[in-house]
Ligand binder design. Structure first.
Ligand code: ATP
Length: 263
């Protein structure tokens, strides 16, 4: 399978101060990978580093086939270049324009992808995955419900046919029923478009249900990595990830090696 993301010993953080310490992470085309862990574990920092909004401090990082050198400063051109390669980032705050309609967001999404020579997906197909959006296409984003906004944020990214899709806490502030509606669309998107999808999610059970593999982070380190079934079976690791401790794995292997290889 083609790798769309590979990190080895990745160190990342803010102003040269690491909050992610030596993370190994792999994502292949067409798979959904969850990043799990407590608040402050470093999940968002990892996504920001992959999308170019933060520069890696150390380690190696390859995004969509391009090596990303460790740097002291972020370059605005890096974010644009990575988007051109086919990276789309759905941020925690949804990144919508309150005064633009849903339809205008889609136009922007396709135009951006078209300008950079990328493919676009047919809007009707994307709306088929988010039928609730079809009914509010001409409503301004600021007037949409939280769930509709979240669907729009994701659907706008998908219209640009990304090869690597980063999704940060899609479910933030949403009722569990809405989350159950939206999260499974990530599987559909990965299957239909061949994009590698990385999802940061607090609803652990749902995230594991739609993911092929998962990583549990704690204090900026990988506590466990494996298939979703393997991670789901490691209740004590998950618990430690969410309570912010280090799991007692009962053996001497370092964290991250307790569940076998990630690939
Ligand atoms: P959450 O689930 O709460 O979003 P997270 O796992 O995504 O948490 P991060 O947001 O990556 O965690 O934060 C990791 C660490 O980096 C935290 O200790 C946080 O305080 C710190 N941090 C986050 N943003 C900044 C920033 N702009 N400047 C300095 N430190 C930051």
């Amino acid at each position: 399978m083609t790798a769309v993301l590979a990190a080895r010993g990745l160190v990342a953080g803010y102003g040269g101060i690491p909050v992610v310490h030596g993370v190994d992470l792999d994502v292949a085309a067409g798979e959904v990978v969850s990043l799990l862990g407590a608040n402050g574990a470093g999940k968002t920092t990892l996504l920001l580093t992959v999308s170019g909004l933060l520069a890696p401090i150390d380690g190696t990082l390859e995004v969509l086939g391009e090596a990303v050198p460790a740097r002291r400063r972020v370059r605005a051109s890096t974010v644009t270049a990575r988007a051109r390669l086919g990276l789309a980032h759905v941020p925690e705050d949804r990144g919508l324009f309150a005064d633009l309609t849903a339809r205008e967001h889609f136009r922007l999404g396709s135009r951006r992808a078209g300008r950079s020579g990328g493919q676009t997906l047919d809007l009707d197909e994307v709306l088929g995955w988010f039928p609730a959006l079809a009914r509010v296409l001409d409503r301004r984003a600021g007037l949409l419900s939280g769930g509709e906004q979240q669907m729009l944020s994701l659907a706008r990214a998908v219209v640009g046919a990304p090869r690597l899709l980063l999704v940060d806490e899609l479910s933030l502030g949403l009722a569990p029923m809405v989350v159950e509606q939206i999260l499974p669309s990530l599987r559909t998107i990965a299957g239909r478009t061949g994009a590698g999808v990385v999802v940061v999610e607090q609803h652990v059970g749902l995230a594991l249900a739609v993911s092929d593999r998962a990583y549990v982070l704690g204090h900026g380190r990988v506590l466990a990595a494996g298939t979703s079934a393997e991670v789901a079976a490691q209740a004590e690791v998950l618990e430690a990830g969410y309570l912010g401790g280090v799991p007692d794995t009962g053996d001497s292997r370092p964290p991250g090696e307790s569940l076998g290889p990630a690939d």
